[in-house]
Design a protein around this ligand. Structure first.
Ligand SMILES: [Zn+2]
Length: 349
């Protein structure tokens, strides 16, 4: 299958195909996760390596270049991705396997490019290097890549994909031409979901903050049931006993359902934070953004809380989220979070 772009990427695609003759040698595709930057980078790589494209369209899918791409071994397409992702991802779901190193692009991956780029391309055309996600480089690795960007070999195009461009080395950022990929409008997203992922409920799109690919993937893996359980646990009044609920949630995170859907500690804390954000927002006179279908329980919870508590709790959850990436003790982390939540609602006493 020739990779295509998503409907909300038409303008960026136009920019790419119109600007091909003078295309910058390093593009930073930046924008929130889950709206198809990776897919765009693939479509762009194919288009750049296709040997018989029609001017405004996608790769032809038939030429020698496209056949190489189809077989996933085009010698002029190189990928810098974290090892864990390149090795069929989900396999290494164990706790120890997910250590920081495998989430990173390693410096020797970047260094290995130098001899490759020193000779000309295999097919005599462009070469494309996808760096995804670009923020998965430590400063040393990023510096090694920077050297390549400073003296780019002719015909090489770097496509850096990043959901967190502010975490990139500023010098690296400044060498790239930034292409922004904002989250698409809700109407466009809902139309696309209806056509391609009709089983994705709007509630999941709200939960993930409007990122269509994230919502669709979550729905496919049973995300709706996870969301329902979360809501049922959080809207209890008085709040559930934090120690007991923490124990249940710890088991929940270990369950097949949760792991299959990618519900890990960081995601769970993010979801609770969104719930708290909605409670606080309702308390402050606004409306719910992530759980708009839960207006009544949110209002009931907001009613028992002071504005100061709402703000304090919201801030505490921002701090918690930082720790949630690598909690030393998951059970304590959950208890801590739920005790804070209960306190915000005047529970636990
Ligand atoms: Zn082709």
């Amino acid at each position: 299958m020739v990779p295509m772009i998503l409907p909300w990427q038409e303008a960026a695609w136009e920019r790419l195909t119109q600007g091909l003759p003078t295309l910058h040698h390093a593009l930073l595709l930046a924008g929130p996760a889950g709206q198809g930057k990776r897919q765009f980078a693939e479509a762009a790589a194919w288009r750049l390596l296709c040997e018989a494209p029609s001017p405004r369209r996608f790769a032809c899918g038939e030429c020698v270049g496209c056949q190489w791409l189809r077989a996933d071994n085009h010698p002029d397409l190189l990928r810098l991705v974290p090892e864990q992702e390149s090795e069929g991802s989900e396999e290494a779901e164990g706790k120890e396997a997910g250590k920081a190193k495998s989430h990173q692009i390693r410096i020797d991956q970047v260094r290995a490019l130098t001899p490759v780029l020193a000779v000309s391309s295999h097919r005599g055309g462009r070469r494309v290097i996808i760096v995804d996600p670009a923020e998965a480089m430590n400063p040393f690795t990023a510096n090694a890549l920077l050297k390549l960007l400073e003296e780019p070999p002719a015909g090489v195009v770097f496509l850096l994909v990043s959901a967190q461009p502010m975490r990139l080395l500023p010098t690296l950022r400044s060498r790239c031409q930034r292409w922004d990929f904002p989250l698409p409008e809700a109407d466009a997203v809902l139309a696309w979901l209806r056509a391609h992922h009709p089983q994705t409920p709007a509630e999941l799109l709200d939960l993930v903050g409007g990122a269509p690919l994230t919502a669709a993937a979550l729905a496919e893996k049973g995300g709706q049931a996870l969301r329902e359980r979360l809501v049922a646990d959080l809207r209890q009044r008085p709040p559930a006993d934090p120690v007991r609920l923490a124990g249940q949630w710890e088991n929940w995170l270990r369950s097949k359902e949760a792991q299959g859907a990618g519900l890990d500690m960081a995601t769970l804390v993010a979801w609770v934070q969104r719930w708290v954000t909605d409670v606080a927002s309702v308390r402050l006179g606004g409306s719910a953004r992530y759980f708009p279908d839960q207006a009544r329980p949110l209002a009931a919870l907001a009613g028992v809380m002071s504005v100061a508590d709402a703000l304090a709790c919201y801030n505490e959850f921002i701090a918690l989220r930082r720790v949630a990436q690598h909690p030393l003790n998951p059970r304590l982390m959950l208890e801590d979070m739920l005790i804070r939540y209960g306190r915000m609602l005047g529970g636990g006493g």
